[in-house]
Design a protein around this ligand. Structure first.
Ligand SMILES: *[C@@H]1O[C@H](CO)[C@@H](O)[C@H](O)[C@H]1NC(C)=O
Ligand SMILES: *[C@@H]1O[C@H](CO)[C@@H](O)[C@H](O)[C@H]1NC(C)=O
Ligand SMILES: CC(=O)N[C@H]1CO[C@H](CO)[C@@H](O)[C@@H]1O
Length: 504
């Protein structure tokens, strides 16, 4: 069969057209790619990520942080963490709110062999959340009411948020939490034996890795083969333990002996847990009862506060910081950004947090604000007013006969309260450096005829406006900025970081 000549010509024309187009494409393609790459490099550099205005850059911290945030190489200044394992504990009611920010910030620079423990086995992107309670005896789980939430979480067939009201279950999540600690410690050694140091933290703990690694490996002189337990020491009925939220550290020696020599820890401390307040205490009991290991005080380097609640001043100034706690996702991101945009690599001291993050936001007074002033209080002496004041403030009153004229009337108004700090150093001693260094009054808070002052300075947080609009019920906080500045000047530079030697 032959096609008519017109149709054949058409087909040849079609074929030639297609071949021409393909040839043109192959001829031009490298050029397009090249031009595209050129253009892209002009904007950000081929392999680099964007540069932004640094949202932390402010009047007052220009010499401390860069004006711009170059996000290209976030791990460039991150230390080598060989020999150190991070073990992070969370719970199903909070994991998806807290862990992603940890993964986007500090943990993005850790080798990915850290461990995440929760009270439900879950998957978060490529990360696995292990169920710390998986090895608790089934009979205990069925028997103990503290495990009711554990069962509800497991029975949930949709997302946890849809099943569980996290704020209503806060107390139950806390009650369940204490049972996770020792199983987590046991599983950690079995899953990842042989590290020198194990850092146990929570999802709202921030770890300053550069300081931490320098201290653990170089500065502290601690030997991981010894049985060592480090943290911020707290007490429950005179029994010392390392506060869990601040993060605590176990040496290889401590973890190995505790886990390998005692096979029944989970069962034993599940029983004990029913009688005790908290899991961080249970860890201390297990270490003490089985290995005779007691916590060494590492506070304030291992710290339970965060930049806005740290009591800056004596003992919180030239000390390096290793951890902070109660950090919400935004706060974690902020401190990471600060670490990333610092102009220096030297050891990060508590004063650096103040000068970079807090000082630019300080002002003389804030209304509807609580800065946590509670060292010395002045309350209306009228019995009814004394009755109204909370016990904590009542216990911290200065004796009438020890009060100055200014202190005697401090309870009357925020303005009167402010004068307590202003009058601490008399005008003739105003330039006395020693007196400036020994200052005891940096800030105040006034509320309901209660005036309290503080021997440290801290930012604090907003308080709700009084519903009835009464001026007495309003919270007013203030800072004696001149006294703070004089103290800072009198302290001078921190010539050496004030490393804390962990003591028994
Ligand atoms: C950002 O950092 C990268 C990697 O360190 C560097 O190559 C790039 O030039 C930097 N960009 C700017 C604008 O400084
Ligand atoms: C483990 O501890 C539990 C609780 O203290 C106890 O009842 C049990 O007998 C122990 N088992 C072993 C093998 O020691
Ligand atoms: C900075 C600081 O200590 N803030 C405290 C302010 O007061 C509230 C209680 O009203 C505390 O919870 C904060 O910790």
């Amino acid at each position: 069969m032959f096609a008519p000549p017109s149709s054949r010509r058409l087909r040849i024309f079609g074929a030639v057209t297609v071949i021409t187009l393909i040839a043109t494409y192959f001829h031009l393609r490298p050029q397009w790619e090249f031009e595209y790459r050129d253009y892209y490099e002009g904007v950000t550099g081929y392999f680099s990520r964007p540069v932004y205005d640094n949202t932390l850059y402010n009047q007052g911290n220009e010499r401390l942080v860069h004006k711009q945030y170059n996000t290209s190489d976030p791990c460039a200044r991150f230390p080598n963490t060989d020999g150190v394992l991070l073990v992070m504990k969370t719970g199903a009611t909070e994991a998806f709110d807290r862990i992603p920010t940890q993964l986007l910030t500090t943990m993005s620079c850790l080798p990915q062999n850290f461990l995440l423990f929760s009270d439900l086995e879950q998957q978060l992107g490529p990360y696995h959340l292990y169920d710390a309670l998986s090895e608790v005896d089934e009979l205990d789980k069925a028997r103990l009411s503290d495990f009711n939430l554990y069962r509800s979480q497991q029975e949930c067939v949709v997302s946890q948020k849809s099943c569980i009201d996290a704020s209503a279950e806060r107390q139950n999540a806390w009650n369940l939490d204490k049972y996770k600690f020792l199983p987590m410690v046991e599983q950690t050694w079995r899953m990842r034996p042989g590290y020198d140091w194990y850092i146990f933290a929570e999802a709202d703990t921030y770890v300053f890795w550069a300081n931490m690694m320098y201290w653990l490996k170089k500065q502290s002189g601690l030997n991981p083969r010894e049985k060592i337990y480090l943290g911020s020491r707290s007490f429950v009925s005179n029994r010392p333990f390392a506060h869990g939220g601040s993060g605590y550290i176990l040496s290889r020696g401590a973890l190995k002996h505790l886990v390998e020599k005692h096979s029944n820890l989970t069962s034993e401390y599940t029983q004990k847990g029913t009688q005790e307040c908290c899991g961080d205490l249970l860890v201390a009991l297990a270490l003490d009862e089985h290995e005779g290991v007691k916590v060494r005080q590492t506070w304030p380097m291992i710290n339970g506060e965060k930049p806005t609640t740290l009591p800056y001043g004596r003992n919180h100034w030239c000390e390096p910081i290793l951890t902070m706690h109660h950090m919400n996702a935004e706060e974690i991101s902020t401190v990471w950004q600060f670490e990333q945009t610092r102009k220096t690599d030297r050891i990060l001291l508590i004063r650096d947090l103040y000068e970079s993050l807090i000082a630019p936001k300080m002002q003389e007074t804030r209304e509807h604000w609580d800065n946590g002033s509670d060292d010395v209080c002045y309350i209306n002496p009228d019995p009814a007013a004394q009755e109204r004041a909370d016990g904590h403030a009542r216990d911290r009153q200065r004796k009438e006969e020890e009060m100055s004229e200014v202190e005697k009337v401090a309870w009357k108004s925020p303005q009167n309260c402010a004068k307590v700090c202003e009058s601490e150093i008399s005008p003739e001693d105003a330039d006395d450096k020693e007196k400036q260094r020994d200052r005891n009054c940096f800030q105040y808070r006034w509320h309901n005829e209660v005036c309290c002052t503080s021997k440290s300075f801290k930012m604090g947080e907003p308080k709700p406006k009084p519903e009835d609009g009464s001026s007495k019920a309003k919270w007013t906080s203030g800072w004696y900025m001149k006294g703070i500045q004089d103290w800072i000047d009198a302290m001078g530079e921190c010539t050496e970081p004030a490393w804390k030697i962990p003591e028994l």
